[in-house]
Every structure is written in C-alpha cells, then in structure tokens.
Design a protein around this ligand. Sequence first.
Ligand SMILES: Cc1cc2nc3c(=O)[nH]c(=O)nc-3n(C[C@H](O)[C@H](O)[C@H](O)COP(=O)(O)O)c2cc1C
Length: 172
Amino acid sequence: MLKDIILKRRSVRKYKDKEVDREVLENLLMYASMGPSNGNSHPVEFVVVDDKEKIQKLSEMNSFATMYLAGAPAIVIVIANTEICKTWVEESAIAASYLQLLCEEEGLSTCWINVVEGKTQDKTDYKEYFKNEFGIKEPYRAACLIPIGYKRMGTKDHEEFDISSKVHYNEF
Ligand SMILES: Cc1cc2nc3c(=O)[nH]c(=O)nc-3n(C[C@H](O)[C@H](O)[C@H](O)COP(=O)(O)O)c2cc1C
C-alpha cells in the first residue's frame, strides 16, 4: 500500500557495496516520469551515474553535502529541459519524489541533494559544473541528485501524526 511505502521511506546515506541493476532502475525511471506535468510537457530526463570514478567526482562537488555520495552505487541526476517548460523545478521535484517512493517499494533506498542553485567547493556555479563534468548544457538544467542503493543499516519508519494544526479550512 502506498501509505506503507511513505511510512518506510527514509533518507539513507550509507549503502551496501552492491550494484543497482540498470534494467530495474530504468523501469523505475519510466514510472517516475508518469506524474502530472504542466501542459503534458514532460521536460524531465535523467542522467544515471554508475561509473565509480564519476561517482567519486560527484562526491567531491561539495565539501559536506555530497561527501557520502562516494559510497552510493548509483546516482540519478534529475535534469529538465527549461525551454519547453517554465515549471522545470516543480516537474523535477515530482519525478524525484515519485522515484524515491518507487525505489522504496523495490527495496532500494535514496536521499536527495538539491542542485538547482549554488556553487561547488571550488566556487564553480552548479550550472557550469554540470555542463563541464556531465555535458548537461542549456536548455537543460540539473535539479537534484538522488543517490540510490541498498541500505547498510535499518531505518526508523515515519509515524502517523496529528496534522490538524497544519490544515486550514477556507482561510489561513
Ligand atoms: C530539497 C531537499 C534538499 C535536501 N538536501 C539534502 C542534502 O543536501 N543532503 C542530504 O544528506 N539530505 C538532503 N535532503 C534530505 C533531507 O535531509 C531529509 O529528507 C530530511 O531530513 C527528512 O528525513 P527523511 O527523508 O528520512 O524523512 C534534502 C531533501 C530535500 C527535499
């Protein structure tokens, strides 16, 4: 049930040394692309990084936030064509969220690193960095990194909570 998957999904930053099957991942990426999309434009694409040297390179992008990526067997760079759709950040977030839940159902764990705006540790704009290192150039932009792998340790499930203070009826 979807609710169980949502309860189980937690951000995982330590992965087993076990490959993620490309075919399995491609199937999940196909489902992740089936969310709502502005004008049915579907601007989101994916760069799957499963080459060890490239993963190491990504992990060195930022001094703290990306360090743990070195141990991930695969990292999906969620990218979007900004020319065909102004809402590319939202579209990318929808696909990434779907992907996280699909991975969870498949027994795979994930996390999220936002790369819409910012600079690498050597002060290169993310936009420039992804162009130079991964060939992601205009009109494409990278939105987030989703590391994917089999978790090394157990995680604590989310719990249901009282949402009433965050739900407003008819006015705020
Ligand atoms: C937009 C966004 C940016 C995030 N950035 C990072 C990040 O840079 N590094 C990281 O380890 N986790 C990052 N996370 C994951 C959050 O830390 C995590 O989702 C949050 O602590 C809640 O924990 P949970 O995912 O286990 O429910 C990010 C999540 C989102 C949605």
